[in-house]
Design a protein around this ligand. Sequence first.
Ligand SMILES: *Cc1c(COP(=O)(O)O)cnc(C)c1O
Length: 470
Amino acid sequence: MEVGAVPVGLLSEDFDPTTVVETEPLAPLAAAEGNGKDIVLGRNVHTTCLEVTEPEANDEFTGDKEAYMASVLARYRKNLVERTKHHLGYPYNLDFDYGALGQLQHFSINNLGDPFIESNYGVHSRQFEVGVLDWFARLWEIEKNEYWGYITNCGTEGNLHGILVGREVLPDGILYASRESHYSVFKAARMYRMECVKVNCLITGEIDCADFKAKLASNKDKPAIINVNIGTTVKGAVDDLDLVIKTLEETGFTHDRFYIHCDGALFGLMMPFVKRAPKVSFKKPIGSVSVSGHKFVGCPMPCGVQITRMEHINVLSRNVEYLASRDATIMGSRNGHAPIFLWYTLNRKGYKGFQKEVQKCLRNAHYLKDRLQDAGVSAMLNELSSTVVFERPLDEEFVRRWQLACQGNIAHVVVMPNVTIDKLDDFLNELIEKRSTWYQEGNVKPPCVAADLGSENCACVLHKAKIYDE
Ligand SMILES: *Cc1c(COP(=O)(O)O)cnc(C)c1O
């Protein structure tokens, strides 16, 4: 199941993902009025829900009911196949085959408590979890006896944990994060009631260290907790970790007065394989690193990895008699299946396998950017990134069909290992054809995105002439 592999094959061996799929119509847009860009708060949509129907009075499972449920699931599966095929906007690697792990669906695997301290609940997967953590510890250059970490439910949980550790180590610290940091960073600030200073970004989306320096200088009396982005959500920008550290040192912050959390949710597992990329390493004065497991790695359920220093975790943890373990995680019960999926992929691909996939993604991303620009579409691709940012397509149906993530006038495609040249060609051909009808009359024009992508990447009427001059 390599080409166009889909997660739905998990439970059944006879599933053929290449069978022709009748596409179900997309559900109507949630926002009935307007252009579909507005989210209507307080008005949840129930029209597409699958009602739960009570079993017959005699409590017996009737054949009709079984058949009904089977047909609902079969239709749902078809829909998943189709939606998987037309997915480009979110950084999820949808290409995997975990058929061998189907047998584990029968178990309630739970790693509640600390990964390194066995609790009394025996149906766990700590042996896999610690194996995975050791692999990441080696990747980020920290000795086995010097790190602590766990497998989280997602990248957000890693950020919530990293920032919490930072606050426990430096209780009166101010949180610094660039404006283009993931929303979970600002959520952490609200949850923990921390003072938070937003730092400006360069046009690439990287943190602007000149602004960072000025803001540090005016808050010298308080320690600094910094969120560094290893790949921002929208533009895929990588903050310059070395420059952030240098800025802190130059402003007079000694190592005991700052804590750096690296949010590597997106590129945490890609950067180590890009030669020119600034290295994320615990040999540098950083406090924690987190990454999402369902993004580049490709896991069928959300998960993530969080690694910090052993010395820090002791500040945070409490012993819990009921668990016979230690409480140092954000969540209580923890998904015990996720570590096995991660372990399985790390074993199959290994360092070399990821390296190859990263190279392929970067190549394909360049292909997409070049073809967009050749077609006169505003587009940008950061050097270390596989996130191609471009003008937002005019038509919301098109955006939804390809599941593009949008913000203001821009949209992006994140080129993950499952995004092939063929898929990009399908997308490009459709986009180019649609654009010729959207902008045919000339009274509607493609948006100017100079403010988002820089005038050199903007192909709007005003800036286009400049591109062709060069
Ligand atoms: C996706 C993402 C997150 C959050 O990860 P989830 O796994 O979706 O919770 C955090 N930071 C960045 C930069 C991301 O791209």
